[in-house]
Design a binder for this molecule. Structure first.
Ligand code: ZN
Ligand code: ZN
Length: 305
């Protein structure tokens, strides 16, 4: 996998060509949008990632980044879109009411995510469009909406197979393993790798997650904190850069992208952290390529061309 040689913020190069797989981050930030001069290179929008293969467009999470993606989908299609959710914290759903295809009667939108106890996905989504939170009621949505639960197991969409695993983060939160032909991408935006407070996920979590992301071409993983910051944030549901590197090394991942950037982390600081982590990742050789996810950059998946 490699970033597209000419990343574009507006176009989608060759994405409709059959057998070409692209990934693009439309939002890389955690917790809350953080626009400003210090965050412009890695981006200020909250979680939203698109994976394309030919005419199939899959969207992962609906943070504020999904607004601009919605305009792109509205203009270029297709009319049938899948949105896969990891969970329902604000930074992963807050862009959904602004997703333009919602208001197009020609569109079909499949929303797939983990049910939260007895609250289903449809109610979780419609709830944020209640009159206290948002002026446009859910009943105005013109697209055909289909809601499905995916708390465990697999899901097929086009040439893609998706597997989910529950991870360590408050509420029922999943990570995705996405396979298209011989390419594997793992998307786990919120996960506390060193957590000792998620009793229902023990024992065996460490082994399960190493297997879940095993040999992935690309792992996008929660890396919100430094080791120095982490002690004061233990139990908040997020990992450190070092923890993500350790997981990627143990699992034989080829490339690791740090994700869910802290809203107060300036771009220059992220650059320095990436440089430091690249050294740690390749100590003794054989480690993954490491980087930090950047809003707007296309990644062409080598195996998909
Ligand atoms: Zn989050
Ligand atoms: Zn969260």
């Amino acid at each position: 996998m490699a970033p597209d040689p000419e990343p574009s913020r507006t176009g989608r190069p060759d994405a409709h060509a059959p057998g070409r797989t692209y990934l693009r981050c439309w939002g890389t930030r955690g917790s809350i949008p953080s626009p400003g001069n210090d965050t412009v290179r890695y981006g200020g929008n909250t979680t939203c990632v698109e994976v394309c293969d030919g005419d199939t467009r899959l969207i992962f999470d609906a943070g504020s980044g999904i607004r601009a993606l919605g305009d792109d989908v509205y203009e270029k299609g297709p009319n049938s879109i899948h949105i896969f959710l990891t969970h329902f914290h604000w930074d992963h759903i807050q862009g959904f009411p602004f997703f333009r295809p919602l208001y197009d009667p020609d569109d079909v939108i499949h929303v797939v995510g983990p049910k939260q106890k007895d609250i289903d996905v449809q109610n979780l989504f419609a709830g944020q469009m209640g009159p206290i939170y948002f002026p446009v009621p859910f009943s105005v949505v013109a697209a055909r909406m289909e809601f499905e639960h995916l708390n465990e197991g697999t899901y097929e969409a086009g040439d893609f197979t998706l597997e989910v695993m529950r991870v360590r983060h408050p509420s029922f939160v999943t990570g995705y393993r996405i396979t298209v032909r011989d390419t594997v991408i793992c998307f786990i935006p919120d996960n506390e790798l060193d957590g000792e407070i998620y009793d229902e996920l023990e024992p065996g979590f460490e082994q399960r997650i190493v297997e879940f992301v095993g040999d992935a071409d690309l792992l996008i993983h929660d890396s919100m904190y430094t080791e120095e910051e982490y002690p004061g944030r233990k139990g908040w549901g997020h990992s450190t850069f070092e923890q993500s590197v350790r997981l990627a090394r143990e699992a034989g991942v080829k490339e690791l992208l740090f994700f869910h950037h802290d809203p107060v982390r300036p771009d220059d600081e992220l650059d320095a952290i990436v440089e430091r982590m690249a050294e740690i990742a390749n100590r003794n050789g054989g480690g993954p390529v490491v980087g930090a996810a950047k809003e707007g950059v296309y990644h062409r998946m080598e195996g998909g061309s």
